[in-house]
Write a protein that binds this ligand. Sequence first.
Ligand code: SAM
Length: 251
Amino acid sequence: MQRYFIQQASIPLKLQLEPEIFKHAIKVLRLRVGDHFELVDTQQQVAEMKLIAIDGLQATAERLNVSKPQVELPVNVTIACGLAKNAKPEIIVQKATELGAARIIFFQGEYSIARWQPAKMEKKLQRLQKVAQAAAEQSHRTRIPAVDFYAKLSDLPFRDYDLKLVAYEEAAKEGESHIFRKFTDKLLLEKRQQTPNLLAVFGPEGGISAAEIDFLQQQGCQSAGLGPRILRAETAPWYLLAALSFALELG
Ligand code: SAM
């Protein structure tokens, strides 16, 4: 069933569709009176809706039932990626959203070849936020990850996180294979009252510099290998998110 997010804390019994939802549901999908769709509010509640009237550029739907499904990862994962070239940021956002990321940050890495012009920054972030919303709707999530950009690695909000790691290719080359596993074991064993916050930092295509690793380690990030193969900049965050889902959600 088609799902849309709305910026309201709860969904009323009867609701007139917002223009964007109207455009997609009525003009693109051609939903008709009697058809059902879902709305997700800002409290992560999902309401099944039935279209009861379409009149010109307006449509009304009634709420049938409300549920609060648990489809989010049991850990709030922020992936912070060194800015990569071309369409890679879009691909990272789309797939990381499907895989359950809570927040996606891009930063200007020392070895980032790509650069975003300050004048185009807002448009780029708006576009990426739309990609995140579409992916969250498609994957039936109940929250949309926020997408941000930081010009400097040192501006990242390290203090917001209780668990921090940096996926480091040099650690992988040296055979490091325990750190990330220890994180997942800790998350599995510890029963916390609040959902833990995990920050995972990734380099761009050129990797992470020695100075960046030193800085990240000073901020409490542990250098983790993600297996013996060197993954592309866009693949590494997906590996981490998929591995977290495997460890924490299956079985
Ligand atoms: N240019 C680097 C090299 O030749 O070693 C590879 C950089 S890789 C394409 C981009 C980023 O993905 C790395 O900085 C790291 O964050 C992550 N990455 C890729 N493979 C990894 C692995 N096996 N373990 C840990 N991190 C990895």
